[in-house]
Design a protein around this ligand. Structure first.
Ligand SMILES: *Cc1c(COP(=O)(O)O)cnc(C)c1O
Length: 421
């Protein structure tokens, strides 16, 4: 459930009519609902209420500082995959002991920086990385808390570009090698083994792959304890999917996911950590855009909108579906017609939807893409020299610009023409 509803025929974010935001900030823009972010975070808290836990928001899904502050103030930890994300977490007021560092290619600079600034745990993805962390921690005279990210070789049954738990993916240490690498880790200076980590993919709409992965984590944990390791924390990653297509999908709820965790791992007495991104931020955001032209084509009409693939890349990158709705509701009984909804970028891939049934629309009408709060603004670029679009946060009847649109002067000022030209 989110807080984007029609009132008197006008789509609102909580108590704010979207046309009001459009008037003030211009289109296109992202808008996030505080109440929805909070609600989703609390659903996970309830789902893990049976145990000691930390919910680490996956910053890569939405890294705006205001969003991070909101979640951090509710008690969230953060899952970061770069030094930049680590700095965002800290700038939003989240202490280092609530920040987990994941990712396959942590550099030595990043490792040293977070060790100096404070980190809850490294999720280690390879043996060379383990050695690097050991060397750097020993040199700094500190101890690095680590979990090994194991690759359980299960099929997450999701889009191939967001599946991470099969043996052919680049992520994690093959589970069959895990015992050997844990043994090595225990002997290394500057390393404190504390847990096991797994993350099998994103946008999972079935709990079965989670259950399979967790069963393997369970076996491994028991084995590692027999080997003498003090495994006291399990990081189970993120990945729970959301209903992008509201009419025909109902992915599992956080409470059901929490039950699977409890049934698989509840008796081990470990602290449970999870790293949800999409389920917290996805349906908490919309992309609002306006129609530039209605172009009559042969056999199809094109709605050319002012948002493009550089603002929301998921449709062209993953063939992803987003519900697209008019901001002003049509009269009941209005007959829908098919449109191809495209952006202005000079790429055929800049297509959001083909033959999408929409009520009749015209130039200047506002339309909103639902479920755009995760992997939306964070994946945007300035391709075609289109400025990054603003982000807005709503709380009740108030809203604030939380990232401004850069001016063309600011964009141009980033380039330098060498004096020898
Ligand atoms: C992407 C990612 C997540 C978040 O995935 P969601 O599908 O957004 O919940 C969590 N952990 C790791 C390691 C990731 O790479």
């Amino acid at each position: 459930m989110d807080h984007f509803l029609y009132r008197d025929g006008i789509l609102h974010a909580e108590d704010v009519p979207l046309p009001e935001i459009a008037r003030q900030v211009g289109t296109p823009f992202y808008v996030y609902s505080s109440a929805t972010l909070e609600r989703h975070f609390k659903l996970f808290q309830e789902a893990l209420g049976w145990t000691d836990h930390l919910i680490c928001f996956a910053i890569k899904s939405n890294s705006n500082l205001a969003v991070l502050k909101l979640l951090g103030d509710l008690g969230a930890g953060m899952d970061v995959v770069s030094g930049g994300e680590y700095r965002r977490a800290r700038a939003a007021g989240v202490p280092g002991d609530r920040v987990v560092f994941s990712g396959v290619g942590k550099t030595r600079e990043e490792i040293a920086y977070v060790l100096e600034q404070g980190i809850r745990q490294f999720n280690v993805e390879s043996e060379p990385e383990l050695l690097a962390i050991s060397q750097i921690a020993a040199k700094l005279g500190v101890s690095a808390p680590i979990a090994l990210r194991v690759n359980p070789d299960v099929d997450a049954k999701t889009h191939e570009k967001i599946a991470t738990g099969k043996s052919e993916n680049k992520f994690g240490i093959p589970i069959a090698r895990a015992r050997a690498v844990y043994a090595q880790a225990a002997d290394l200076p500057g390393i404190e083994v504390i847990g096991v980590d797994v993350h099998i993919g994103s946008q999972l709409t079935d709990l079965e792959p989670f259950a399979q992965a967790f069963a393997k984590v369970r076996d491994l944990t028991l084995q590692l304890r027999e080997d003498g390791h003090d495994i006291r924390r399990l990081d189970l990653g993120g990945g729970l999917g959301i209903p992008y297509e509201r009419s025909n999908s109902a992915p599992p709820l956080p409470i059901e996911y929490g039950k699977v965790i409890e049934e698989s791992l509840g008796d081990l007495g470990c602290e449970i950590e999870i790293e949800p991104g999409r389920l917290i931020s996805g349906n908490a955001g919309m992309l609002v855009t306006s129609v530039i032209y209605l172009k009559k084509g042969e056999g199809r009409d094109f709605l050319i909108v002012d948002a493009a693939m550089n603002d929301l890349v998921r449709p062209s990158m993953y063939g992803a579906y987003h519900d697209i709705v008019p901001v002003i509701e049509a009269e009941p009984g209005t007959v829908a017609q098919p449109y191809d909804i495209v952006g202005p970028v000079c790429e055929t891939g800049d297509t959001f939807a083909k033959a999408r049934n929409m009520v009749p629309l015209a130039a200047d009408d506002l339309v909103a893409f639902r479920s755009a709060g995760a992997y939306g603004a964070v994946m945007s670029s300035e391709y075609n020299s289109r400025p990054l679009i603003p982000e807005v946060l709503v709380r009740g009847g108030e809203f604030a610009l939380i990232r401004a649109r850069p001016s063309f002067e600011e964009m141009l000022a980033r380039d330098t023409i060498p004096e020898w030209l």
